[in-house]
Design a protein around this ligand. Structure first.
Ligand SMILES: CC(C)(COP(=O)(O)OP(=O)(O)OC[C@H]1O[C@@H](n2cnc3c(N)ncnc32)[C@H](O)[C@@H]1OP(=O)(O)O)[C@@H](O)C(=O)NCCC(=O)NCCS
Length: 171
């Protein structure tokens, strides 16, 4: 996947151990998220998240990426190519910087990415949010994700697995 094509507005870069401090600065401002999904973020947890994979996938399938606006990290995403099936993309984590929230930034990123994945012939995007987190739930429902089922994950006991079909959109 060519991550630089994931956005027409922001610079998209792979995040590595060198970026841990700026990632921590972004994540640690999102207090509400960690109330629903404890424990609170640490630099060590970020380093572990950079390598964590769902079963059956390899590091080549994983994209732990940052969206930059004028050199500032404004969003972090963990994306798995081809999970749980070849034509499905799984977003394991997505967070925007509090300084740009509630201005349509998150929606703009997700919407463009979905349109791009549609042109690459992916069928859908899947993800899960922690049950009861009003911010996550409102955001994903607003962005066209339809709940599939209630389940568990390694991050929380009760999550809502949801999907956005890509067949009806184009760039
Ligand atoms: C969810 C998140 C990515 C949205 O990013 P954003 O840049 O603010 O996105 P947008 O501006 O496009 O949309 C935000 C929407 O959430 C709503 N929202 C914000 N805080 C909310 C809250 N506490 N309860 C309910 N809705 C809330 C906004 O009103 C807005 O919806 P609207 O346009 O219908 O008014 C961002 O809030 C975030 O990073 N949260 C913490 C991490 C998280 O929950 N990630 C998703 C789960 S993996």
């Amino acid at each position: 996947m060519q991550i630089e094509l994931f956005s027409d507005k922001y610079k998209v870069r792979t995040l590595t151990g060198k970026n841990v401090d700026e990632i921590y600065d972004l994540l640690s401002q999102n207090i509400l998220y960690y109330e629903y999904c404890p424990p609170f973020v640490t630099r060590q947890a970020i380093k572990e998240d950079m390598r964590i994979l769902p079963s059956g996938k390899t590091i080549e399938d994983k994209y732990y990426i940052g969206f930059y606006q004028e050199g500032k990290l404004i969003a972090v995403m963990d994306l798995i190519d081809g999970y749980p099936e070849k034509r499905i993309v799984y977003i394991g984590f997505f967070m925007t910087d509090t300084s740009v929230q509630n201005q349509g930034t998150g929606t703009e990123i997700i919407d463009y990415l979905c349109r791009h994945l549609c042109t690459l012939r992916y069928e859908s995007v899947r993800l899960a949010w922690v049950k009861g987190n009003p911010q996550s739930e409102h955001f994903w429902l607003k962005n066209g994700f339809v709940p599939l089922k209630e389940t568990t994950s390694n991050a929380a006991d009760e999550v809502i697995l949801a999907e956005r079909k890509l067949s009806h959109i184009s760039l």
